[in-house]
Design a protein around this ligand. Structure first.
Ligand SMILES: Cc1ncc(COP(=O)(O)O)c(C=O)c1O
Length: 355
């Protein structure tokens, strides 16, 4: 039996989108692919209201996190950490031999603009990394306020991970001045895993011209040059996934971005109200994610057992991430899920736990 996914990625993919992948193959140097790929890029620019360079890479989102570091930082980067994925960016920067300093906060907390400003006043950094939606802790960073502070430091690039929020939570990339915005197909896009989406500012591209060690596959300038010249990708892309993405972007357009954001907020409020009534939120109050709720297991239930029982009924939620497994659990409300579906899984949890 298929378990409906209330986990923070991969998310449910609707049948028509899955089926869109099953088409006879085309060559990635054919006109048909150029039409498909340039169409996807224009649709993303339209939906996200940006004229910035958009690349859809055959890789998972982590690859573009690494690309952001490799292309935008030659030496010094400031990484804000408050969960597993923000810590990942610090690890990537170090693995790429960059000098990475951290604003290291406890999990569940979130970086504030004044913390970043204090660091920027004290040292010259080339970029700051922020995870806008920390999936491991259900936290939403105040990206709008952070962006305001960053505007005072125009030479410092703002690199933002929106892997588990883009297309579900409103992020005005260009207005906020996000220089590299990174996302993955398997979250709020409600697509299968395998594609990473990057939105890159002119400022970031300009900076990349003078950054050594960009590597090959993740060289944003090469990706841009190939796109500008041919409307294609330099290497063989996951064409089947691109068909699914093209169809999904049409569906998202038909839903309307504002409706999509509203649906995500409604689902988040429903789950968070329920969690506060029966448990507690792990997340710092006022910074709750719109796409995933991380719940403090105040009742000491066995999350693993709960998930086994839910599985028998055709649902899956997520245990806590890494070191907060069992201490917390997560219910994702992202992608194409509806409020009714969220109510359905909550009703089943109530029933199993006799709440
Ligand atoms: C916030 C965040 N960043 C990065 C990643 C890594 O993305 P991917 O698995 O697509 O590389 C994830 C995956 O769950 C995530 O939630």
């Amino acid at each position: 039996m298929h378990k409906k996914l209330f986990i923070p990625g991969p998310t449910e993919v609707r049948d028509d989108i899955l089926n869109a992948q099953a088409q006879p193959m085309i060559g990635h140097r054919m006109k048909a692919f150029t039409a498909l790929y340039t169409g996807i890029v224009s649709k993303l620019q339209e939906l996200l209201q940006t004229k910035n360079f958009v690349t859809v890479l055959t890789a998972s989102g982590t690859a573009l996190m690494e690309a952001a570091i490799r292309n935008c930082v030659s030496k010094d980067v400031l990484c804000c950490t408050y969960g597993a994925f923000s810590e990942r960016w610090l690890k990537i920067a170090k693995a790429c031999d960059r000098n990475a300093d951290a604003i290291a906060l406890d999990w569940g907390k979130v970086v504030k603009p004044e913390m970043i400003e204090e660091k920027l006043k004290a040292k010259k950094y080339e970029a700051v990394t922020v995870v806008q939606n920390e999936t491991s802790t259900g936290t939403r960073a105040p990206i709008e306020e952070i962006a305001e502070v960053m505007k005072k430091y125009p030479d410092v690039l703002l690199l933002v991970d929106t892997v588990s929020s883009l297309m579900g939570d409103k992020i005005e990339i260009e207005k906020l001045g996000i220089d590299v915005c990174v996302s993955s197909s398997q979250k709020c896009f409600a697509l299968p895993p395998g594609l990473a989406v990057g939105i890159v500012s002119d400022k970031a591209l300009k900076k990349a011209e003078n950054v050594p060690g960009k590597g090959h596959y993740l060289n944003l300038l090469d990706l841009k040059a190939y796109f500008d010249k041919k409307g294609q990708t330099p290497t063989t892309p996951a064409i089947s996934l691109m068909w699914a993405m093209d169809k999904q972007l049409e569906k998202i357009k038909a839903e309307g971005m504002d409706n999509r954001y509203k649906r995500h907020l409604e689902m988040a409020h429903y789950v968070q109200d329920w969690a506060k009534k029966h448990f507690d939120l792990y997340t710092e109050a006022g910074y709750e994610s719109v796409t995933v709720t991380c719940i403090n297991n105040t009742k000491g239930i066995s999350v693993a057992d709960l998930n086994t029982e839910l599985g028998k009924r055709g649902y899956a939620i997520s245990n806590g991430y890494g070191k907060i497994k069992e201490q917390t659990f997560r219910i994702a409300h992202m992608g194409d899920l509806t409020l009714d579906e969220v109510k359905e899984v909550i009703k089943n949890i109530d029933d199993i736990l006799k709440l």
